[in-house]
Design a protein around this ligand. Structure first.
Ligand code: MG
Ligand code: FE
Length: 171
């Protein structure tokens, strides 16, 4: 059985892989979402936050005398690229991206809560504070996505055929 310090290092490494995956997902979305300027703008600002989140994890690992080398981020990148490709082929990619992003931000939230609790238990209060900072950013992003589910869905629907609207216009 690993000790708390080793477990903290494992969770930090998992979080680092998670943030690498986040960057890769957002890059694909930003590339493809030309018709959704507000969503793209929010993704760009969260991408910048995400780079700082990855740096916080590097700082935390350095504090513990280790680093981010030998991390298994390859699989994560592959699966996020596949996901982005599937969303693109679906045509309603903005809506599919909302699902991906809502899910991913909540995945990040639970991971940072676990990381924070583990850091506190290990007596690493500075690392707990770093986890808390990133946690707040994920919560803000999750809440932005939540508030924009209807807006983005209706924006997408306004671009496709709507028999109901055509009927209304004829009357
Ligand atoms: Mg993140
Ligand atoms: Fe995030």
């Amino acid at each position: 059985m690993a000790n708390v310090q080793e477990t903290l290092i494992d969770y930090l490494r998992d979080a680092y892989a998670m943030e690498q995956q986040a960057i890769s997902i957002m890059d694909r979305q930003i590339e493809r979402l030309e018709n959704y300027p507000e969503m793209t703008a929010r993704l760009r600002s969260h991408r910048a936050e995400t780079e700082r989140q990855a740096e916080r994890i590097e700082t935390a690992l350095q504090r513990l005398g280790t680093d981010t080398s030998s991390l298994k981020t390859g699989m994560a990148k592959l699966s996020s690229n596949l996901q982005a490709m599937m969303n693109t082929f679906a045509g309603d990619e903005a809506v599919k991206d909302v699902i991906s992003n809502y899910t991913f931000e909540h995945y990040e939230i639970v991971n940072y809560k676990i990381l924070k609790a583990t850091a506190e238990t290990a007596g690493e209060m500075e690392i707990a504070r770093l986890a808390e900072e990133s946690l707040r950013e994920e919560e803000q992003m999750a809440s932005w996505v939540e508030q924009n589910i209807g807006v983005i869905t209706k924006d997408f629907l306004s671009r496709i055929e709507n028999p109901h609207m055509q009927q209304t216009a004829k009357r």
